[in-house]
Design a binder for this molecule. Structure first.
Ligand code: KG4
Ligand code: ZN
Length: 334
């Protein structure tokens, strides 16, 4: 009846994070060092800068996660690390750190898919109930995933171009808002109205895929034409109209996926799930349709190592461990 204590490590993008999770469900510590301020002046994440930052911070972040959890290295059951997808140079730092520690302490090593991590963030709130559908929306991903049980993932749909968060960030830049643009558009939208007609990319009638690049182009054209005609266009209205289009498509496709799979549980995760309009709309729809919706807390929605430790625990318990030849895979599939 031993506790399963897993150390998680996440360095796939611009957050250096380490965490300890007990039995895949209890958060013992979650240390997150964001590089947001460093990347802000470049208007986006600079891969080379991200890697260097991870190298500088990773050792102390891991130590702090163990300290915060009052756990010694020898108490650990396994080490879980994000194997991909993500920036290859950034992933490599976490994978190298995890391998070194697993070798030195003779601990099992578990490579985790970043999206699996985002979904398991919900398990740290309340036990996942299967079967379920998850909508993962972040700066790098927009995916609908079906899970019949622990460790069993089936991709139902994904973005064909930009991720939802990426679209937010790009449109924010067009509106002269700072990076990351999601929270800025969220805020500005509250001062405007969604009165501008922007496209919704439904794609083929039964498709659960997404596309946001057409919407971004529509905003570019809108701003360009207004400028040429000397028309005044309210940025807040553009933000609200853009947000309405994104939220409408995300909500509708998530509900369609739930219906198609005949499930009762929906998990919303990833950085964009911080969006106030998306939360409001999805909650409303789920109440109406009798769908049980779980949204992890903000700290667990954005990139963090606790979600990697949680997902890694279930892989470890299922015997899905990796050797010391584990390698970072920027295009790892679920
Ligand atoms: O999960 P995350 O922290 O990192 C990735 O794995 O990408 O997600 C970051 C993304 C950014 O694109 C950011 O603009 C977006 O999440 N985001 C939001 C909001 N807060 C963060 N998008 C819309 N509304 C928000 N309130
Ligand atoms: Zn992420």
């Amino acid at each position: 009846n031993k506790k399963t204590l897993v150390l998680g490590i996440e360095t796939s993008c611009d957050e250096t994070s380490a965490a300890v999770v007990e039995n895949g469900a209890i958060l013992r510590s979650n240390v997150i060092s964001s590089q947001m301020e460093v990347h802000r002046r470049f208007g986006g994440v600079v891969p080379e800068v991200a890697s260097r930052r991870h190298v500088e911070r990773i050792t102390e972040i891991i130590q702090q996660a163990l300290n915060d959890a009052h756990v010694k290295q020898e108490d650990l059951s396994a080490i879980a690390v994000t194997q991909g997808p993500g920036l290859v140079g950034a992933l490599l730092i976490g994978v190298a750190a995890a391998k070194a520690m697993a070798f030195a302490a003779n601990l099992p090593l578990v490579g985790v898919h970043h999206i699996a991590g985002h979904i398991y963030a919900a398990h740290l709130m309340q036990p996942l109930q299967f079967p379920l559908v998850a909508l993962v929306v972040s700066g790098g991903h927009t995916e609908l995933v079906y899970m019949s049980d622990h460790n069993r993932f089936e991709r139902l749909g994904r973005t064909r171009d930009d991720a939802a968060g990426e679209a937010y960030d790009k449109v924010a830049r067009l509106l002269d808002l700072s990076y990351p643009g999601g929270p800025e558009i969220d805020r500005l939208s509250k001062e405007g109205k969604p009165i501008i007609d922007l496209p919704r990319a439904w794609l083929e009638p039964d498709s659960l895929d997404f596309s946001f690049s057409g919407l971004k182009s529509a905003v570019i054209n809108l701003l360009h034409n207004a400028k040429q005609r000397g028309e005044v266009i309210h940025r807040a209205d553009v933000a609200a109209s853009f947000q309405e289009s994104v939220v409408e498509v995300l909500t509708e496709k998530a509900v369609r996926a739930v219906r198609k799979q005949g499930v009762k549980h929906l998990v919303l995760a990833g950085g964009v799930s911080a969006n106030s309009r998306l939360r409001q709309e999805l909650l409303h729809r789920c109440q109406k349709e009798n769908i049980h919706l779980t949204i992890p807390s903000m700290e667990l929605c954005t990139d963090n190592a606790a979600m990697i430790a949680a997902a890694g625990t279930f892989r470890y318990l299922d015997g899905q461990t990796d050797g010391l030849d584990l390698n970072a895979k920027p295009d790892l599939s679920l």
